[in-house]
Ligand binder design. Sequence first.
Ligand code: LLP
Length: 438
Amino acid sequence: MNRERIYSQEGHLMLGNVDSVQLAKTYGTPLYVFDTEIIREKAAAFKEAFSRYPVNYQIAYASKAFSTVAMVQLVDELGLALDVVSGGELYTALSADYPAERIHFHGNNKSEEELRYAVKAGIGAVIVDNFYELDMLSNIAREENKIVKVMLRITPGVEADTHAYISTGQEDSKFGFYLTKGDAEEAFRRTIRDPQLLLIGLHFHIGSQLFTAKTHEQAIQALYEYVDQWYKTYQFLPGIINVGGGFGIRYTESDLPETPQTFIGAIVECILRECEQRNLKVPEIWIEPGRALVGEAGTTLYTVGSMKSTREGRTYIAVDGGMTDNLRPALYQSKYEAAIANRFPSESEKAVTVAGKCCESGDILIDSIELSAVKPGDLLAVFCTGAYGYAMANNYNRLPRPAVVFVEAGEAQLVVKRESYEDLIRHDLPLKKRSQIR
Ligand code: LLP
């Protein structure tokens, strides 16, 4: 959390120049609040980073980080392309009237139904992950009488320095065609010879929440060894290299990721170097940031409820959400920073543990954080929850999912309604008597 926290004169935390206490009153808690100005700034920083180089580029927002109709509309407004990873994300994008030709479809097990939906909608590219999909897509393209643009997802065999669950570039991965084992070459050969498919580029994504471009550079170097060989063998040079996402953000003070400028600079320069050394045409460069665009823009507001202190001196403060609206601490032991939002920070802070309300001991949002004189009814702001917060929210313990509000320049707008109890049972059907079951 590298951003200055701004408080109103009454000591209320301001988000996008909107009073957080007022937001909580109007929309209730827990509440996801996105400062869209920050999303704009992040998008501009990536664009600026590319504009320093004589290259064509595309920035696609990885919508798995946070996909809603309003978010997709903002992405469109910002002129970014869009990645989807399921029929549901594709449906969200198309419902937001996002142009299909700027959508790319990822995933290691796209169903036939999903692929057909994407082909019929005329999306910009399918990022093919495996041979099963390659065959299925080719058949669908023939049946639909279309030529489908594809990229191949390559597993470059580099180890990202991040949590194992979000590391994807290593040899033993469920994603992609292995580069060094001949799979990638076979996929390349099959695709360029398939009349239904048009190979527009190669893709890799090595992991998430990375702090430097080191592994992106290693992957580019590994990939170019093969791109060069394949060019000599097949006289085909992919027009696009898509280096995925993974650009880390500053959840806590100890997270020190490179800036977009440094990240992109290193990636572009590495590609330029590889091309120059091998005398190859420079490709268009694509990236797919998710977290880096929306993570720092999001803050979750909670109301503090019960509190207790153990004999060993730990103070638990429980909030009205938890692993249902932010699964990341339970799943990846992720760290967050927080502050009391309804009064100024004070000198006399005390370490507390922020617990969620789920019936599970592991439902701890923050293991230890210094907060000033917390009491029931206080408003707690947890920062940097914009990526993979709402996206991974769930109804464990039948907790309704929170609302989402966008704030900017003093104005707030509701973009996702809070779920109601009725929503929770919307798809439930009553038990039939045994005699009624056929
Ligand atoms: N491109 C591909 C192909 C991906 O698989 C991902 C993320 C991205 C782009 C975007 O990565 P980002 O820029 O957001 O790091 N639920 C986890 C993150 C899983 C990421 C999966 N793939 C978390 O909460 O940390």
